[in-house]
Design a protein around this ligand. Structure first.
Ligand code: TNX
Length: 678
């Protein structure tokens, strides 16, 4: 769950078994043959789906992806995904006048009703044809096609076919133009690789905006050349301490380009005039008293403000927004504006009124949290207010809308991905309540706020604040499965809204996420589909026997930690399961405790890794080049030792793997004994 599990495909299936008080995800090794896909489990649900009874399309190994002019990039993207698991070459070629085979992505002949982002998708006995008016429409159609294939299509290695699709016709287009999520990279820094991976996942659900919260009390995460201390000083740590980090301009542009290639627009946010301790700490001049406060690693809000009566503050903001605009091809610059609790109301309005023109001067539109709707703040062209309240009416939003603003709906009690699912969720906050999947799904963005008509709603956004979110696995756990729920609210027509239908369709995505290595929350509200395992490649027959003796020092009896390593790992004499010694991993408030060792293995072999563990949130897993990275974990062993066991298969050139025991941060110490590899 909370650690990096599978970068490629989890090669083995997960089934839930109860072991005493412990809940253990363990792995089985039944190979499966790729099944017929389905039209019934699409998320977001399309505008219309008509099945062609009895019609099936089998993707031939010789198939091509045909593209009309302007569609080559989407063709390369789709072929790249399908090649991984089918192993087919799937060349991308110019579409002939009339398609007769393979998969065609066409920017001609689309029904105009699909609009700017919609598509039609037809599967008949001889081919697949996706038509749209834009590359974005084709891209969304390609995501639907992915979901029509069986889950094994998402595997990172070649699977056994045949690859069969049910015949049918889909017509689809989005309800709202803005379908987004936000990641707070200020409270905890998340590197470019994590952002890219997140982008790859949100594209599955047809989101088209990623809002990055780049600055806050705790840190400043983007280089501004004219104010260099912002990144070097203001970006130097994070909540709870730790190394922090910031994006160089080149890195930020890399994110922007990666997102754009996936039809996602980045919305950068610099929060002001509050939430600015990192900036105030970087430049004394921005403070009314001229004194720079220390960097802050706590999680309080509402205590800082740029000095709104100092002229240099406006020079600062103008220059920051200028550099940010130059990095941003998208239409919006988000200026925050929330929780400016120590900025007097008149100064707040004056500040926002002076800052909005800086955005407009760069041909961008202002986006801000809904506090910028204060009546003393003027309208600004194409302004967006983002509603994050808990109520069913809001005068700030109504005021802004009456002046022409549009609204992005992010009600904190429904759309905040940092809220806990329930009282036992180990991550997250709960100030806006618990948000189970049904709560995230059961609301209507078009009618949420009285006095705000659907025509004034630009769309929805699910923010993920990261006070407690440290690792990529934490992001996965909080976003899945709630983000797909919000995505459906943003894309699908209200007439299709049905919790009964949604929970069933969503359940079928569990096996996909397992195969993709997404560590999602297994909500008991969802009938999770049975995980069908990707089949093991036929070349994975035993080349030579496994090493005898398993892991060296697996019983921890030698008294020394080696060959296990790990900063928070040690050998202890209590508690032990057998013998006189065991391994201990000691987690701290902000760190995971990983004890690991590199083990020599044979290529093309299936191994079983076992260890007895005592503790909460303990994981046993393996990573390695060419290996089916995989793991198992326990939520708690009830005070005694319980066995974890996980199988994995090495690749044709794998000669060593890293095996690890891992305790999730914030959980108590764990102990392990009698580890073995056979
Ligand atoms: C409120 S939502 C905030 C953030 C916190 C979040 C935690 C908003 C505009 N401000 O500063 O991170 O709550 O849920």
């Amino acid at each position: 769950m909370f650690f990096r599990r599978s970068r490629t495909a989890a090669g083995l299936a997960s089934v839930l078994v109860a072991a005493g008080a412990a809940v253990i995800w363990t792995m089985t090794t039944q190979p499966a043959v790729a099944a017929l896909g389905s039209l019934s489990n699409l998320v977001p649900v399309p505008v219309s789906v008509q099945a062609s009874t009895g019609v099936t399309y089998t993707l031939p190994s010789s198939a091509s992806v045909f593209t009309s002019a302007g569609a080559t990039e989407v063709g390369n993207y789709l072929a790249g995904i399908l090649r991984r698991s089918t192993g087919y070459t799937l060349p991308v070629a110019a579409a002939p006048g009339v398609p007769t085979s393979g998969i065609s992505l066409l920017l001609n002949g689309a029904d105009p009703s699909v609009g700017a982002e919609g598509y039609t998708l037809e599967v008949n006995a001889s081919m697949v044809v996706i038509r749209a008016q834009t590359a974005a429409g084709l891209f969304h159609g390609a995501q639907t096609l992915r979901q029509i294939f069986p889950p094994q299509i998402e595997a990172g290695g070649v699977q056994t076919g045949p690859w069969q699709l049910p015949g049918g016709m889909i017509m689809d287009r989005p309800r709202f133009a803005y379908r987004g999520t936000m990641l707070d990279v200020a409270r905890h820094f998340h590197p470019v690789s994590t952002i890219k991976e997140h982008i790859d996942r949100i594209t599955l659900y047809k989101l088209n905006y990623l809002h990055l919260h780049l600055s806050d009390h705790q840190r400043w995460r983007i280089v501004i050349d004219q104010w260099p201390n912002l990144a070097t000083h203001g970006g130097s740590t994070q909540v709870g301490g730790g190394p922090g980090g910031f994006y160089t301009k080149a890195q930020f542009q890399d994110i922007v380009a990666y997102a754009a290639a996936r039809h996602i627009t980045i919305v950068p946010e610099i929060d002001m005039p509050g939430h600015t301790n990192a900036a105030l700490s970087s430049y004394a001049d921005l403070n009314c008293n001229g004194v720079a406060p220390p960097l802050y690693t706590g999680t309080d809000v509402g205590f800082s403000s740029l000095c709104t009566t100092k002229e240099i503050v406006y020079t600062f903001v103008n220059q920051v927004l200028g550099e940010l605009a130059a990095l941003t091809p998208g239409p919006y610059l988000h200026i925050g504006g929330d929780e400016a609790n120590v900025t007097p109301a008149d100064q707040y309005a004056n500040f926002i009124n002076r800052v909005q023109p800086f955005v407009v001067a760069r041909s961008k539109a202002v986006m801000g949290w809904h506090q910028i709707g204060a009546s003393a703040v003027q309208h600004s062209a194409n302004r967006i207010v983002q509603y994050w309240g808990l109520n069913t009416s809001d005068s700030l939003v109504s005021t802004a809308v009456s002046r022409g603003a549009k609204v992005v709906m992010s009600p904190a009690n429904k759309a905040y991905l940092d809220m806990k699912y329930n009282s036992s969720t180990p991550l997250g906050l709960s100030w806006a309540g618990f948000i189970e999947v049904q709560t995230a799904y059961e609301w209507n963005p078009g009618t949420l706020l009285s006095g705000v008509a659907e025509s004034s709603v630009l769309g929805v956004e699910a923010p993920l604040w990261t006070e407690t979110i440290v690792t990529p696995e934490h992001i996965e756990f909080m976003a899945f499965p709630r983000l797909p729920a919000i995505a459906e609210l943003g894309w699908s027509p209200q007439s299709t809204h049905s919790w009964t239908s949604f929970r069933t369709r969503l359940g079928a995505h569990g096996p996909r996420w397992t195969i993709m290595g997404i560590d999602f929350f297994r909500s008991t509200q969802i009938p999770w589909g049975t995980t069908t395992s990707p089949s093991v490649s036929p070349t994975a027959s035993p080349a030579s026997p496994p090493p005898s003796g398993g892991i060296v020092n697996g019983g921890f009896e030698s008294g020394s930690l080696a060959p296990w390593t790990g900063a928070q790992c040690s050998i202890v004499t209590s508690p032990v399961r057998t013998g006189t010694r065991a391994l201990r991993g000691t987690t701290s408030g902000s760190d995971n405790a990983r004890c690991q060792q590199v083990v020599a293995v044979q290529p093309n072999r299936t191994y079983q890794l076992r260890a007895w563990v005592n503790g909460s949130y303990v994981f046993l897993g393996v990573t390695g080049s060419g290996t089916t990275d995989t793991s198992t974990w326990t939520a708690g062993t009830g005070g005694s030792f319980a066995q974890l066991s996980v199988g994995f298969t090495t690749g044709p050139s794998t000669t060593s793997v890293t095996v690890y025991l891992h305790g999730w941060y914030g959980q108590p110490t764990y102990h392990a004994d009698d580890a073995s590899l056979t």
